[in-house]
Design a protein around this ligand. Structure first.
Ligand SMILES: *Cc1c(COP(=O)(O)O)cnc(C)c1O
Length: 388
């Protein structure tokens, strides 16, 4: 059991170093001075831990790194200016031309583009496989496979991988396992406990939690963090600003209460929706009807506010009217993890780009539940559903 209170309230905050202020300062400085040549030399020898230059390390950012590493149970962590930067660094850091990567099908869209478009230009082979079946992953392994990229659950249809089985398979075959753990956040799932090598996050979601910061995190062993720091992290230069790091430290104080409230509200909303005659099915990893419910229970402590619904309708116009009627309360916007409820209806993607048909029906909607009360959300759903 992790000591969340200690991690989120105290860890990494040495108050004597900053005027005994309760709240750590925003050290808004790009560079740091040294008293003499010997200490300047020492700084260069350990740029990851010393205060030399803010693209590498910064005292405010360091507090955030320590907290996030402890939350995931990893030896160290890096924070980035976006989740995508963290994901890309973890993947690129473990691949060279001629290598092969296996990734679960339907990952986050920019993870898909990184592997299928970007890395392809540099001679890296790839396979996308059904991660719900360990045999499919095993069958995809080649002599040159170096990385297995997981996303469990993913953020639209919530497929899950058995993390322990995946980690064991990777260890046997000398493959680095990476997981995008944004859906659960470190509060509800710690993949390192199951043997996964690298955990990445879109911190923009629950860790930031207020829809006002874009950032990412990477958690791994000390040696892996050092390796990535000295290549991708420093060369690509996607560092977080001290001010944004400070905002995230502030957000983390309330991570447990936000997630617990959001999870409770989500269960109430789902319970209501499941009784409604217009519902075809609800998709939520910790719902008893979810196909991988048992596995979800085994490796996740909670599921938060993201779920999907498929409605019973064959009329796209009615679907649009219904979604519009809800748009004041469930705002039409990408992202999730903040204080506000959101919806991404699949009907948005119909007749969007010529020749592209979405893989999901127009009657499918992904919802995110924020910090509003369940009664308020249900009342508006009920009213809008009369239009469907
Ligand atoms: C949002 C998101 C990302 C990308 O993170 P950014 O912070 O937007 O770069 C990656 N994975 C998942 C599952 C996400 O939801």
């Amino acid at each position: 059991m992790k000591d969340w209170s200690h991690i989120l309230t105290h860890l990494g905050e040495n108050k004597v170093d900053h005027f005994n202020a309760i709240v750590p300062p925003i050290v808004q400085s790009s560079n740091f001075k040294f008293p003499d040549i010997a200490s300047f030399k020492k700084g260069f020898q350990n740029e990851l831990e010393s205060n030399v230059y803010t693209r590498g390390n910064n005292p405010t950012v360091k507090i955030l790194r320590e907290k996030i590493a402890m939350m995931e149970g990893s030896e160290d962590a890096l924070v980035f200016s976006s989740g995508s930067a963290g994901i890309s660094s973890a993947i690129i850091g473990n691949l060279s031309a001629g290598d092969h990567i296996i990734c679960v099908e339907n990952p986050y869209s920019w993870t898909f583009k990184l592997i299928s478009k970007f890395l392809k230009r540099f001679g890296i082979e790839y396979s996308f496989v059904d991660g719900t079946n360990i045999d499919e992953i095993q069958l995809a392994i080649r002599d040159n496979t170096k990385v297995l990229m997981l996303e469990s659950p993913n953020s639209l249809t919530f497929e899950i991988q058995d993390l322990q089985e995946c980690a064991e398979l990777c260890k046997k075959n000398n493959i680095i396992s990476i997981i995008d753990n944004s859906y659960c956040s470190p509060y509800y799932q710690n993949p390192i406990d199951f043997g996964i090598d690298i955990v990445v996050h879109s911190g923009t979601k629950y860790l930031g939690g207020h829809s006002d910061v874009v950032f990412g995190a990477l958690c791994a062993s000390k040696s892996m963090v050092e390796k990535i720091f000295h290549s991708e992290f420093m060369t690509l230069g996607a560092c977080i600003s001290p001010h944004d790091a400070w905002l995230v430290i502030r957000s983390l104080r309330t991570l447990p209460i936000r997630l617990e409230k959001i999870s409770q509200t989500t269960l109430k909303v789902i319970e209501y929706l499941k009784t409604h005659p217009k519902i075809d099915y609800v998709c939520y990893p910790l719902d008893k009807d979810f196909p991988q419910y048992q596995l979800a229970q085994k490796q996740m402590r909670g599921a938060g506010g993201l779920f999907s619904v498929n409605y019973k309708t064959s009329n796209i116009h009615k679907m649009e009217v219904f979604c519009n009627a809800l748009a004041e309360v469930f705002q039409l916007a990408v992202s999730w993890g903040g204080h506000e409820s959101l919806q991404i209806p699949t009907c948005v993607f119909y007749n969007l780009n010529p020749g592209e048909t979405p893989r999901l029906p127009f009657s499918f909607v992904r919802y995110y539940i924020g910090l509003e009360e369940a009664d308020y959300l249900i009342e508006h759903l009920e009213k809008a559903l009369t239009l469907l």
